[in-house]
Design a protein around this ligand. Structure first.
Ligand code: HMG
Length: 445
């Protein structure tokens, strides 16, 4: 069976940044460590006044097409994943294709375009759609362009304000891919939940604490479902485990829960038992509450063990590097986590081809999906070509007052004029509204 998966990746961050420990925390009267250590985000990326989900998506896609030397004819579908769309009918993919057609010869008239919605999960669902389309033999030799793009803003004063971010990830999905191939095996955990939603409103209604519990519950279900088709997972099976990362602190919780699950009934549980005892079994407790209390006590000890810490440092920590510099990119977030892992492997000069990663995606509302990926021979060249550092380093540092203006500019309910903070340079920009209330874009040389 020919491998199908990710052949190229590019990112585009919003060009502004807010320093959470340094600028946000003092205004909120909070300790910087809440952000640098607890939540784990140092900077939120935010869009300049001429940026939005279309410009970020189109700029990432253009860099990808240029680098791979592709023309519109090479692309058979453009799928956009977003939960920041501004139109209930016309998909963002049409806007992005329109942008790209301004700068390339030819057009995307024969590419199937769509927009996927399931909170942060839909980027992964777009990968699935592309994978299935290629596997079904309907692609006529063409590749799919998947773009996950979001402006993750919360209502001012909402606790979620600390986890904001804005950026896009463009991915090329193709046969015989250079970066990773995707497993056929997948696991799902899905339930009707109301922890985070945007019922025809721009900013989410969030029950933050519950959203954390729902994330963990669905992720656990997805892991069990994945194991039902792929067999039990073991802690040494996967070099990295990139999770959906709303903020690194969330991944800390998911990883601990996952480790407890995958070490249960193994030699590792037994080896740890000398120090922290065996994992509590529900049958040994009179009530569910007693069992849960025992689990919490076990987990508190587990996370302090040398064995767990080493596993976490090697397998999980490298996946949250970029997230800590940009915040939550919603649909792009798990794909940023994968890129972080690949970059860590490159930095460590790791012989990585043939190794596997387990990828845990999640979207509120709620659904988790887990699948495995196998690293391909061409991964290193592709990953070295992604310009993460320059993009992150060149962002403009906002003062708190400037941040308030930026939030207002991107608030659909407000009409404010704000000067741009950076100068556009060889990129797509938002230029204003058209006759039918459509958003308009130009390429600036
Ligand atoms: P909060 O109440 O402001 O923060 O909201 P907190 O008091 O829970 O503190 C956060 C962490 O910092 C805690 O760590 C504190 O202990 C720690 P934890 O106990 O959780 O491990 N902390 C400190 N650490 C060191 N030194 C200090 C210090 N002070 C505190 N001085 C919350 C946090 C995440 C709830 C909020 O930001 C929120 O509502 N965020 C939005 C929702 C969210 O991100 N949920 C995550 C799961 S749902 C999801 O991932 C889906 C999503 O991406 C949307 C989608 O799918 O579309 C959001």
């Amino acid at each position: 069976m020919t491998a199908v998966g990710i052949d190229a990746i590019e990112i585009r961050t919003g060009k502004l940044r807010l320093d959470l420990p340094g600028t946000f925390a003092p205004v909120k009267g909070e300790e910087p460590e809440k952000y640098s250590k607890g939540i784990g985000i140092e900077y939120s990326s935010l869009p300049d006044v001429y940026e939005d989900i279309v410009t970020m998506g189109a700029n990432a896609a253009k860099r990808l097409l240029d680098r791979k030397g592709l023309a519109p004819d090479d692309i058979g579908r453009i799928d956009v994943a977003t939960e920041s769309a501004f139109d209930n009918s016309k998909p963002v993919s049409t806007y992005i294709a329109g942008c790209l057609e301004q700068v390339y010869d030819g057009d995307f008239h024969h590419a199937n375009k769509g927009e996927r919605k399931f909170a942060c999960l839909s980027g992964t669902q777009c990968l699935d759609d592309a994978y299935n389309w290629i596997r079904a033999g309907r692609n006529r030799g063409r590749a799919a362009l998947v773009i996950a793009t979001d402006t993750a803003l919360y209502e001012r004063g909402d606790p979620g304000e600390a986890t904001q971010g804005a950026g896009a990830v463009a991915m090329l999905i193709d046969e015989d891919p250079d970066i990773v191939s995707l497993s056929t095996e997948q696991g799902y955990g899905s339930a009707d939940e109301t922890d985070f939603l945007k019922p025809n409103q721009q900013f989410p209604s969030v029950d933050g604490k519950r959203s954390v519990q729902v994330y963990l519950a669905r992720m656990r279900e997805a892991l069990e479902d994945y194991e039902s088709v792929a067999g039990d997972t073991h802690s040494e099976d996967f070099v990295y485990i990139p999770f959906h990362t709303p903020y690194p602190g969330m991944v800390r919780k998911a990883a601990l829960l996952g480790y407890r699950h995958i070490t249960r009934g193994t030699e590792i549980e037994e080896a740890l038992a000398d120090d922290i005892g065996m994992q509590p079994r529900e049958d040994d407790f009179a009530t569910r509450e007693d069992y849960e209390e025992a689990i919490r006590a076990y987990m508190d000890e587990l996370k302090e063990t040398r064995r767990y810490r080493e596993w976490y440092e090697q397998t999980i920590d490298p996946t949250v590097d970029i997230s800590g510099q940009v915040g939550n990119w919603y649909t792009g977030s798990v794909h940023v986590a994968r890129l972080s892992a690949l970059r860590a492997a490159a930095e460590a000069d790791r012989d990585f081809a043939g190794e596997r990663m387990l990828v845990g995606s999640y979207g509120s509302g709620a659904q988790a999906e887990i699948h495995a990926e196998t690293v391909r021979e061409g991964w290193r060249t592709e990953v070295d070509a992604v310009d993460v550092e320059p993009q992150l380093d060149e962002r403009y540092d906002l003062s708190f007052e400037e941040y308030e203006l930026v939030h207002d500019v991107h608030n659909h309910g407000k009409d404010v004029e704000v000067e741009e903070f950076t100068q556009p340079d060889a990129e797509f920009v938002f230029t204003g509204w058209g006759r039918m209330n459509e958003r308009r874009y130009d390429y600036v040389e």
